[in-house]
Ligand binder design. Structure first.
Ligand SMILES: C[S@@+](CC[C@H](N)C(=O)[O-])C[C@H]1O[C@@H](n2cnc3c(N)ncnc32)[C@H](O)[C@@H]1O
Length: 191
């Protein structure tokens, strides 16, 4: 099932709302990561820069075949061979691949979904013990130029509460400011 309010505006406009390098720097996305899985690649806005930073494979999934095709095309054009794209419904089929194996899982702009505890649980199950769950979301602020309706938009403390509820994740550091419009969280998969 496609998650609520998870459609995308035009590609260049979406990219203009995000400081991708600053976000990935502050989240600690670098060569220490060998295996990463991403929920909802969209246009590949983060997929390509993440693949360029890590030392291994980035698996990415999206329920929309058009988003997968666009991300594949961009990866081909950029000459990146470490991106594996798959059309997949994470809510019904999980992340796939080898469970409990990844160094990091990315949940970017998606935790306003209907069942965030279920999504966080699936993400945690994709991670090896000690692996990183990296989250970004729109600030809870009516001035943001995009983002889901405020009545379903999660604040950082709500996400931390849901993560605790999974019994598989613990916070690892403060809430990150990701200007102009986002915040971020780093959580760790417990043993
Ligand atoms: C708001 S966009 C964010 C895209 C990307 N993470 C970013 O921040 O640039 C959410 C993406 O999740 C995808 N999506 C929605 N429901 C999904 C599901 N059940 N399984 C996999 N992908 C899904 C949408 O198609 C969309 O591309």
């Amino acid at each position: 099932m496609k998650l609520r309010e998870s459609g995308m505006p035009e590609e260049a406009y979406w990219a203009s709302l995000l400081d991708v390098n600053l976000i990935l720097d502050r989240l600690g996305v670098d060569r220490t990561l060998r295996s990463v899985v991403e929920m909802g690649c969209g246009y590949g806005t983060f997929t390509l820069p993440v693949a360029q930073r890590i030392s291994g494979i980035l698996e990415t999934v999206d329920i929309e075949p058009a988003m997968i095709e666009r991300t594949r095309q961009r990866a081909r054009e950029a000459g990146l061979s470490n991106i594996v794209c798959e059309a997949r419904d994470v809510m019904t089929d999980g992340f796939g691949g080898v469970p409990e194996s990844r160094d990091a899982c990315l949940l970017f702009n998606i935790l306003h979904c209907e069942d965030p505890v279920r999504l966080l649980t699936a993400a945690a199950q994709a991670l090896q013990p000690g692996g990183w769950l990296l989250v970004i979301h729109w600030r809870y602020d009516p001035a943001t130029p995009r983002g889901p309706s405020l009545d379903i938009r999660p604040r950082p403390e709500q996400i931390l509460g849901w993560a605790e509820h999974t019994g598989l994740l613990e916070p690892a550091g403060p809430v990150l400011d990701l200007p102009p419009w986002h915040y971020g969280l780093r959580l760790k998969r417990t043993a």
